[in-house]
Design a protein around this ligand. Structure first.
Ligand SMILES: [Mg+2]
Length: 390
């Protein structure tokens, strides 16, 4: 039984802006859901991004308040951890909660609360999906170095110690125009070990003609992420056929419908799985399993400026499964110098590795600093339904 749900928005200024080809972000904008069960409280987060899913923070907040937690609770078999997780995994969240980021906020909060009730880590939830044995691999994992658009590739890599460069397994470079992309790629190649993989993220800004023209100069890249405007299925398929360029879909792939279209049309070799755009922890994990079964590679990505539950849930997925071609961790420690979570966000920047968080649940709690930037929009209780705060 759900005792209370609180819905918050968290708008947290960032210490440094993050730029890519179409946007510059200066503050985190997340939706936080707080679910109280008897004796346990769970936190979930959604990151609505207009340029990824067309969602807004206000729209996602309305979607959560249009959902009836009593109707969710009725469908959950609360008797044991396994029964509760199995029934949450069956919830038709797209029907009950509109929009992927709203679903992610509600689902992660519910899963976190149930895990805390039964003193289990979030990674244990993944057993409900019965992944193939080769997918399961618990432990620390390598993370990509992401070089964003306003950073010079050469000076970013030159600032690392030789040991940190040698430990890099994957470098993702944000790029804009094709000529600049070739230059940035060359700077990276000159400085990285031959076995460090490099990918370029175009954020949908090249034309099909530009991409075809430049493909010959990109040989050896692990993949190019979202080279063309989102869902240009036939142009993407043609680009791959004509050039052999490996293509990762990000903005183009938010769920199984996109994945199936991409696989059927030959539009992609890889997809970027991110929890909020995919509708939550289990939805993201399911999408990755399906991509893997279809022979597509997966990156486990992050949305810029996730404030807590999202990156922590992503961390659980990153460190529970070994199917990821690479994993992104984000830079919450640099963007938010005062920790937003307890324990604080941490990445080993020398070895480019992250460790699993100790549970229960996601393993993190919001700090006063995060709550200071959070605004409680509405509270739901079984007797009174949703009540908006003034
Ligand atoms: Mg991307």
């Amino acid at each position: 039984m759900i005792h209370r749900v609180r819905l918050h928005t968290a708008i947290v200024p960032m210490a440094a802006a993050f730029d890519h080809a179409t946007r510059s972000r200066r503050s985190a904008e997340s939706l936080l859901a707080e679910v109280e069960l008897a004796g346990a409280r769970g936190w979930g987060e959604g990151a609505p991004r207009g340029y990824v899913t067309g969602e807004t923070l206000d729209g996602a907040a309305r979607a959560v308040q249009a959902c009836d937690p009593a109707a969710l609770a009725e469908r959950i078999d609360w008797r044991t951890f396994d029964s509760a997780i199995a029934s949450i995994a069956q919830l038709p969240l797209p029907e009950l909660v509109g929009g992927p980021s709203a679903q992610a906020a509600v689902e992660i909060a519910l899963l976190d609360a149930v895990c805390r009730c039964f003193a289990r880590p979030l990674a244990d939830v993944l057993r409900v999906l019965d992944p193939p044995a080769r997918v399961r691999r618990e432990g620390p994992t390598s993370v990509s170095l992401v070089i964003h658009l306003s950073r010079d590739v050469a000076s970013t890599l030159d600032a690392l110690t030789p040991q940190a460069v040698a430990a890099l397994r994957h470098v993702k470079i944000k790029v804009a125009d094709p000529a600049g992309a070739v230059k940035r790629l060359a700077q990276a190649r000159d400085r990285l070990p031959a076995d460090t993989r490099i990918s370029l993220d175009v954020n949908g800004t090249w034309s099909a003609a530009e991409a075809e023209q430049i493909a010959g100069e990109l040989t050896g890249v692990a993949w190019v992420e979202e080279p063309l405007p989102p869902r240009s299925w036939s142009e993407l398929a043609r680009l791959r056929r004509a050039t052999g360029l490996p293509v990762m879909l990000d903005e183009s792939c938010t769920g199984t419908a996109d994945l199936d279209t991409a696989a059927a049309s030959g539009a992609a070799s890889h997809i970027n799985v991110r929890l909020s755009k995919c509708g939550g922890f289990l939805a993201a994990a399911r999408l990755a399993l399906r991509a893997d079964a279809l022979g597509l590679g997966c990156q486990l990505g992050v949305h810029v400026a996730e404030v807590g539950p999202l990156w922590a849930a992503g961390r659980a997925l990153a460190t529970a499964w070994g199917l990821w071609q690479t994993v992104e961790a984000g830079r919450a420690d640099e963007w938010f110098p005062a920790p937003l979570t307890r324990p604080a966000f941490a990445v080993d920047r020398l070895l480019h590795r992250v460790r699993p968080l100790a549970g229960p649940g996601t393993g993190i709690d919001p700090t006063e600093e995060l709550l200071r930037h959070a605004r409680c929009l509405a509270t739901w209780e079984p007797d009174g339904g949703w009540r908006r705060n003034a």
